[in-house]
Design a protein around this ligand. Structure first.
Ligand code: M6R
Length: 605
């Protein structure tokens, strides 16, 4: 939601920049700042304030800054609280490089750790600041060259403007999945994140495209399309396992952070609203949607199934979920009031893409949820939402699944509040979502206990994973994870109520069931299924809500999750199931990061 303005040309008075920035006020922001190169003093000067642009204006009137080029920014806090230090512009250690940024740097933690280890000093908690230090690392007198190298190490989205005291006659602008426009009038250049801001100063405009880097100099500019891969001397972005033996374990331990990143900057708790910038352009169309079809494969489809429960209960939108590979061979009924939501971690799954194309061809509004910026899915959808949880290396999808569920909860709030959902309900979901990362962390504290349980249960070769309502798709996910990473075991999922219709015949003392039974609206029904299995000598490992002591009377073992809203329980119940599968796989001596026969991204039909 942030805004960007930059100018290189004849104007020295930043009042013009502030006026242009005011035209971006409608987008919402919580702090603002500016920086300009003063040729007389051969230095860059900056001002920042928390709150309205008028605060910045007041500060500016007391200590005006003159110079050119200049850059300005309004910030909507995502990473790092609303403080003056976190407002943009950000700079490097030498105060040579100043940047403003819209978007999110997903791998900023890894980069920041490396840069800190190299002695860089940071003055904010933002993701953005790593970009100025990275550029500093590569800077040898040429700003665009250093920027180009730095951007190769960045994962995420950005619209960036950069100026430098040591290469002062320049603004470097770069874009990936966040708009940036260059307005030109004679020899004056105005760069902005939104055309509205620069209308008075632009006769012609150029829309920067993804992966383009523009260098604007007095009376001239050129644009470089950055595509060719290049070897860099510093492998800052090498995926690291850190203290973990496997990526899968590391990524499960990142699940609380995945929830945090997925909601970051996307909640307006007081208004009970979700703010999804990626859907802005189709906001009005979404109000008209009467039906939604969610498509995905494997784990992504299970997320969609949880979404079906959420959207139908809270947004009142009829939802249908289908497997990518099946959808296009049906004759799906689609009209212009149908939205298709494609869920894919990679954004490259051939079956999902084929289904998406088919739905689009029939006139559906195409939406997507993906983790990979610039993937095919992002290019082929009308609008979408990024997971923003950093690269997932383990073949089994874990932290991205958690993020998909979190985003579906946000989407439910977004669409629900466009319809009948009350302010009170919106606030309630919002409050519970904010608590989730902390609750997820408490589950991971049971790591040792789950590892012990995995050891105990690894002797079995068959499992049922049972759940109902919101947790039936999580039973599917739990069974899939066992199949994928503990593949000497066969695991099947069922809704609790289905067991008596046949599968119960399989149960004996060698056929245990994992029963997901949080204290929710179907708890009593799940108990029936557990009793049925128990009375046939089947062992029960229950995933239950803290405080439920009674479950111990019937289950052989219990893993507890904290209490939350029923619609959000899947986000918590998934975590112990992911850990359980990973530890059983390890117990069986399997490579859980690269299980046999599987690929991370399935790009063939
Ligand atoms: O990249 P995608 O999310 O589209 O991948 C879809 C499935 O191939 C994927 O979820 C698969 O089921 C994983 N191996 C699950 O862990």
């Amino acid at each position: 939601m942030c805004g960007i303005i930059g100018h290189l040309g004849k104007y020295n008075n930043l009042k013009i920049g502030i006026d242009a920035l005011k035209r971006l006020e409608y987008r919402g922001y919580d702090s603002a700042g500016l920086a300009a190169f003063n040729a007389e003093k051969k230095d860059i000067f900056s001002l920042k304030t928390v709150g309205r642009i008028s605060n910045l204006e007041e500060k500016f009137s007391k200590s005006p800054i003159f110079g050119n080029p200049f850059i300005l920014h309004t910030r909507w806090a995502t990473t790092g609280r609303v403080t003056e230090a976190n407002a943009h512009p950000h700079w490097d250690c030498k105060k040579n490089i100043y940047i403003v940024h819209n978007g999110i740097i997903e791998n900023y933690r890894t980069l920041k750790d490396k840069l800190l280890a190299m002695g860089h000093k940071f003055s904010s908690d933002t993701d953005t600041e790593v970009v100025s230090h990275l550029i500093e690392y590569f800077f040898k007198g040429n700003l665009e060259e250093a920027t180009r190298k730095a951007l190769k190490l960045i994962k995420g989205t950005y619209a960036l403007l950069i100026i430098s005291r040591e290469d002062p006659q320049k603004i470097v602008a770069a874009r990936l999945s966040s708009p940036l426009i260059i307005g030109i009038k004679d020899k004056d250049y105005f760069i902005a994140s939104d055309y509205n801001a620069i209308i008075p100063y632009a006769k012609k405009v150029i829309n920067l495209e993804d992966n383009e880097i523009a260098t604007i100099t007095p009376g001239n500019f050129f644009i470089l399309k950055e595509r060719e891969p290049e070897e860099l001397d510093l492998k800052l972005e090498e995926a690291q396992k850190g203290k973990f033996s496997h990526f899968m374990l590391k990524e499960i331990f990142e699940e609380p952070e995945a929830i945090r990143n997925s909601i970051s900057g996307r909640l307006l708790p007081e208004e009970g609203l979700a703010k999804l910038g990626g859907l802005e352009e189709v906001k009005d169309k979404l109000k008209e949607i009467e039906r939604m079809i969610i498509i995905g494969c494997g784990t992504a489809r299970y997320a969609g199934l949880v979404g079906e429960y959420m959207l139908e209960e809270y947004a009142g939108i009829p939802v249908e979920v289908d497997v990518g590979s099946e959808f296009r061979y049906r004759k799906p009924i689609i009209n212009e009031k149908t939205a298709v939501l494609s869920i894919s971690q990679s954004g490259e799954t051939a079956d999902t893409l084929a289904a998406l194309r088919e739905a689009k061809r029939k006139g559906a509004l195409a939406l997507g949820i993906t983790n990979v910026v610039g993937s095919t899915q992002t290019r082929e959808t009308d609008a979408g939402i990024y997971n923003h949880v950093g690269p997932e290396i383990g073949v089994a999808s874990t932290k991205v699944f958690i993020s998909q569920l979190t985003i579906l909860a946000l989407l439910t709030m977004y669409l629900g509040r466009q319809r009948e959902m009350s302010l009170v309900t919106g606030r309630r979901i919002s409050q519970e979502l904010q608590k989730l990362p902390g609750l997820a962390e408490t589950i991971l504290k049971q790591d040792k206990q789950i590892q012990e349980l995995a050891k105990k249960y690894s002797q079995f070769r068959n499992f049922f994973v049972l759940g109902r309502k919101y947790n039936y798709p999580i039973a599917m996910e739990g069974a899939l994870k066992l199949k994928e990473v503990a593949y000497l075991i066969h695991a099947e999922s069922y809704p609790g109520g289905e067991m008596k219709h046949g599968p119960i015949a399989l149960i004996d003392e060698n056929f245990p069931s994992v029963a997901i039974c949080p204290s929710d609206s179907v708890y009593e029904k799940m108990l029936n299924a557990i009793e049925e299995a128990k009375s046939r000598n089947g062992k029960i490992l229950a995933v239950a809500t803290e405080g439920n002591e009674d479950i111990k009377k019937i289950a052989d073992d219990v893993i507890y999750i904290p209490k939350t809203l029923e619609m959000l329980t899947p986000i918590l119940t998934t975590i112990p199931l992911h850990l359980f599968a990973a530890y059983i796989g390890l117990e069986l001596g399997l490579d859980i990061d690269k299980p046999r026969n599987l690929a991370k991204s399935v790009t063939v039909e």
